[in-house]
Design a protein around this ligand. Structure first.
Ligand code: GRF
Length: 208
């Protein structure tokens, strides 16, 4: 299967999935990287590995502004089967969601539906978890719809919130699980091990 990964930052999830495609634990190829920040760590890593980079959306001060429809055309030209959002901070255009039904995933660093939505990104999520007194947190991988963090939940992993945690310590504990979880989910996606319950909830079937 052909994967597109979308990033805005360092791209550590992108790197761990990329490594898994090289070792074969994910039976797919990352054929294109999409970013809204042309010089972010994830984009630099992609260029270093020879993975094509698309900047979306383009900066307003450049002549060309790629539309959602243009992005769909570009992804189709790479024969993209699945789209993995990994720290991509912009809303996904409706055209893309319509063009790739049940094929776009996002990872969020809290146990959704708690601590999700527009204001919850980066350290803000972990600060809010600690301030709430919640004893557990962890990453959620969910399908993407037209809003932030509201699509169907596919997979979660639980980590403890420790009594004296800083947001940075909690973030690192969650991120460690993100890397493992996104690789496992990507493997399931590429092996077509995801089925849908009658009520629309997606399920991962374990390997035979
Ligand atoms: C992760 O915490 C992810 O859950 C969130 O953004 C962060 C991306 O980290 N959506 P990285 O760029 O993969 O290192």
């Amino acid at each position: 299967k052909n994967l597109a990964v979308f990033v805005s930052g360092g791209g550590s999830n992108f790197r761990s999935i990329h490594e898994a495609t090289l070792t074969g634990s994910v039976n797919g190829d990352i054929v294109v990287l999409v970013t809204n920040k042309h010089d972010c760590g994830g984009a630099e890593y992609a260029r270093g590995k020879g993975i094509p980079v698309i900047v979306f959306p383009k900066r307003k001060d450049t002549e060309e502004v790629l539309s959602g429809e243009d992005l769909v055309i570009a992804l189709r030209s790479f024969k993209v089967d699945f789209i993995l959002l990994a720290g991509y901070l912009k809303l996904i255009p409706a055209a893309l969601i319509q063009a790739y039904p049940k094929a776009i995933l996002n990872i969020h660093p809290s146990l959704l539906p708690a601590f999700g939505g527009k204001g919850y990104y980066g350290m803000k999520v972990h600060k809010a978890v600690i301030a709430s007194g919640a004893r557990y947190s962890g990453p959620t991988i969910h399908y993407v719809d037209e809003h932030y963090d509201t699509g169907r939940i596919l997979a979660q992993r639980v980590v403890p919130v420790l009594a004296n945690d800083t947001a940075e310590e909690l973030a690192a504990r969650v991120l460690h699980e993100e890397h493992k979880l996104y690789v496992e989910v990507s493997a399931a996606l590429c092996e077509e091990r995801i089925t849908w319950r009658e009520d629309g909830v997606p399920l991962i079937q374990s390997k035979e």
